[in-house]
Every structure is written in C-alpha cells, then in structure tokens.
Design a protein around this ligand. Structure first.
Ligand SMILES: *Cc1c(COP(=O)(O)O)cnc(C)c1O
Length: 331
C-alpha cells in the first residue's frame, strides 16, 4: 500500500540523530543500544508530541480553526508543546489540566503559562469524571466569542496523531541503512498510546523488521493493546479503510509502572543520573527514565538474549525533571 500523507505543518527539527550508547551497551555486554534522539525535535517544542502535532495542526488549520483545546497532567509535555506551538501560530490555546500534589509554576507548567495559554486546573476526580463535559463547556465559551475550536485528545493520540510516528519510521528506515543495523526491537515509553501505535504501524509499513515494544508508564497491558488498536482503527477509518489491521501486532510491558503515573522509585532517579553521567543524555522520571530503566532490567534478565541491536526512542520530557528535583540525592 502506498501512503499519501495528509496536511502537515513543518514544526519539528527532523530528522533527529540515531545515537549509539557505547558506554551503556558495553557495561551491559548485551545487545547494542541505540537512542533515537527525539528529545532534539526542538528546544521548546521538544519530544514526541511535536511529531504528532505537525499532522494535528495541519488538520486544525485545514478546518479553519483558530482555537485549540487539549488536556493532560499539570506537567504534561503534550500541553506545553501545544501551548507553545499555538503561540507560534497565533492560535488561542486552552489547557484542561489535572491537579497534582506539586503544581508550582515549574517545569512544563511554567512554560505553558509563559505561552499565554488559558489554563484551567481541576481536581483529579473532576478531571476523570467530567473530562468530556469540560471540553464541551470550554468549547461553548470560545464559540460564543465567534471562535472556531479544534479539540485535541490526551497526548494527541488518535488517528491523526498516528501519522507522527508512522512518518518517523521512514526516518528510522534511513537511520538503519546509514548505520547498517537491523534492530530486532524498537522500544518506547507508552502513556496515551499514540507513539506506540504510529511506530507499530510504521515498522510494518516500512518493513523495518523490528517489533515495537511499549513500556507502560500507567494503566495496564490490556489498556495499551486496546488503545493501540483503537488509534489504528481511527487512522484506517479516516485514511485507509481497506487497510488490514489484523496484520498488526502490539507488544506491551507493564512491569515498570512503579508506584503510579509520574511517581518513580529511587532506582529510576539513579538510572537517570547514571545515564546522564555516562552518555550526556537526560531522561525524565515520568516517561523515558522509567521505560529505559525497564529496558536495562529486561536486558539483565536475558529477555533480549540473541538480539544484536535495540532502538530506544527518546521521547523527550526534560522539563518534567525539574519539579521532581528533590528526588536526586546530593553526593
Ligand atoms: C507523552 C510522552 C510519552 C508517551 O507517548 P504517548 O504517545 O502518549 O504514549 C513518552 N515520553 C514523553 C516524554 C512524553 O511526553
């Protein structure tokens, strides 16, 4: 099947490098580890969300919308990227955020505030039980001002957002050729499922020969199998109704969630500090640090014995580190 890409804005600094993690790989003595540096997709628009937003914003502008509404945790990377890209494009942005024990003007929230977005913070209970109504209430408010609203789901994970990592797989195909590698697995942190969905579809479509493993940072294995399927069904309904989704298989590891979403054990902070010192790469405690720690543990357990090369997608998230600074021990 040949793909024809839908409307897309050029917002991300791509292609990003594929970096060999020499010290970490040699210390483990297992497969070679490669890092796809999607933390370098921009300074402020950094991370995985901007790849999805290229297509989501393409659609929003094609529909003539001038206002974006989206939602997430108070330290959401997705909300920060949406707020800043909205400012860049001259769009009004409204953020529906879930209150957290630590919602000082720090990290992503500080950047979202500086972007001039309208920010509304709700208790976890109201956020969970009234999310759909909150979108409708805010949409009605902006429409009463004559604005045209485009609603973006959590993490920009839906059929439109799938394009972000489907397109990234075209980049990975070139990376693998450049470095003459045929990785057995591509791993990513999975939170709202859209990155995993795009990678899974893209690895299949571009014949990367690698399976895609989502390392969950919340919810459960079943949740992500279903979410990936749901996003891919939405994608095929919108763009490729004859696409046979039964050929697509998802893989999830939900053993490294720890105490819960955005809550990490001491060992995660230790891994973050070790990788920073060894490789000059910074992971975050909410997504990439947890997932990369999971990868290291699975390598030690022998899960990837016999594999030559593994690719981990660095999906960004550095600003989420600052509000959790107190977890790093001074030494
Ligand atoms: C959102 C996010 C993820 C998870 O991506 P999803 O597509 O939501 O599953 C991973 N890492 C970082 C840094 C993120 O901000």
């Amino acid at each position: 099947m040949s793909l024809s890409y839908p409307a897309r804005l050029s917002l991300a600094q791509i292609p990003t490098p594929l970096q060999y993690l020499k010290i970490t790989s040699e210390q483990l003595g297992g497969p070679r580890l490669w890092l796809k540096r999607d933390d370098l997709t921009g300074s402020l628009l950094s991370g995985n969300k901007i790849r999805k937003l290229e297509f989501v914003l393409g659609e929003a502008l094609a529909q003539g919308c001038d206002t974006l509404i989206t939602c997430g945790g108070v330290q959401s990377n997705h909300c920060r990227a949406t707020a800043l890209v909205g400012a860049q494009l001259g769009l009004k942005v409204c953020l529906i955020l879930r209150e957290d024990s630590n919602d000082a003007a720090d990290g992503n929230l500080l950047l979202s505030q500086l972007s001039g977005a309208d920010i509304h913070i709700y208790s976890p209970r109201e956020y969970r039980t009234r999310q759909a109504q909150l979108f409708v209430e805010h949409q009605n408010h902006y429409e009463s001002q004559g604005r045209k609203v485009f609603c973006i789901p959590t993490g920009a994970s839906d059929g439109i957002g799938v394009w972000g990592y489907l397109a990234a797989c075209e980049e990975l195909q070139k990376d693998f050729q450049t470095h003459s590698i045929e990785p057995e697995w591509i791993l990513c942190a999975t939170g709202s499922g859209g990155t995993q969905a795009g990678l899974t579809l893209g690895a299949h479509h571009f014949n990367l020969g690698a399976k895609v493993l989502g390392v969950a940072v919340c919810d459960s294995e079943d949740y992500f199998h279903n979410k990936v399927r749901q996003d891919l069904r939405d994608w095929s309904d919108r763009y490729a109704s004859d696409f046979d989704l039964t050929k697509i298989k998802s893989y999830v590891n939900a053993n490294y969630i720890g105490p819960g979403y955005a809550k990490a054990d001491a060992e995660i902070f230790k891994t973050i500090a070790t990788v920073a010192a060894n490789e000059g790469v910074i992971f975050d405690p909410v997504y990439t640090g947890k997932a990369f720690h999971g990868l290291l543990e699975e390598i030690k357990k022998g899960t990837f014995n016999g594999c030559k090369d593994l690719v981990f997608i660095h999906t960004g998230g550095v600003f989420g580190l600052f509000p959790q600074r107190h977890h790093f021990q001074q030494s």
